[in-house]
Design a protein around this ligand. Structure first.
Ligand SMILES: Cc1cc2nc3c(=O)[nH]c(=O)nc-3n(C[C@H](O)[C@H](O)[C@H](O)COP(=O)(O)O)c2cc1C
Length: 175
């Protein structure tokens, strides 16, 4: 089976999460799967894939255009695949925003996703542009890497288990 992990990331933190998801899927599925991790804006079509995990960093309550645009362009193809969405946003201890960090209701419906998961993110003011720093000031959080790698790996393992169950034991190629 062929799996796509597609991601939109402005400062790299969500790209790292996508890479980790890719590593976990490869290790869980072994020879059953070929896993590709790509930036969402570089994905022309999802036709070649059996399953798609699509994620985005969250800015001002929304996904980045690269990821949202892929859903808009490819929603018909996505609806024929097993699709899961993930977001990376909340930062701080405890994580902020605590609720409603992102609204992906429309994207879940459009893509026919089986689920959506929110992971915490990273704030590093030295990487931010001036207007972004001003917006972050309102959140009143300290710089830090709040990403929860155990949560990321557990989620990828859950999806691998579901894919093993639904796609059988065929080898990579078509299965
Ligand atoms: C200007 C700005 C606005 C943000 N807005 C939100 C938000 O609305 N909700 C949220 O959960 N996280 C928000 N965040 C946190 C980011 O999503 C988090 O830092 C994420 O890890 C960034 O990922 P990236 O490095 O892949 O771009 C915001 C961060 C910045 C700098």
């Amino acid at each position: 089976m062929k799996i796509l992990v597609a991601v939109a990331s402005r400062h790299g933190a969500t790209r790292d999460i996508a890479d980790e998801i890719g590593r976990c899927l490869r290790s869980e599925l072994g020879a059953r799967a070929v896993v590709e991790v790509l930036f969402a804006e570089n994905v022309a079509s999802v036709d070649d894939y059996d399953a798609v995990l699509l994620g985005s960093a969250v800015y001002m309550g929304h996904w980045l255009d690269g990821a949202a645009g892929l859903v808009e362009r490819q929603h018909e193809g996505l609806r024929q695949k097993d699709v899961w969405l993930f977001s990376s946003g909340p930062v701080g201890e405890p994580p902020k925003p605590a609720e409603d960090s992102v609204d992906v209701t429309g994207l879940v419906t459009l893509s026919g996703a089986r689920g959506h998961r929110v992971f915490s993110g990273r704030i590093d003011r030295s990487r931010l542009r001036l207007p972004e720093r001003a917006m972050v000031a309102a959140l009143r959080v300290k710089d830090g890497d709040y990403r929860d790698w155990t949560a990321v790996r557990d989620w990828a393992a859950e999806i691998a288990a579901q894919l093993k169950a639904t796609k059988g034991s065929g080898h990579a190629g078509r299965g």
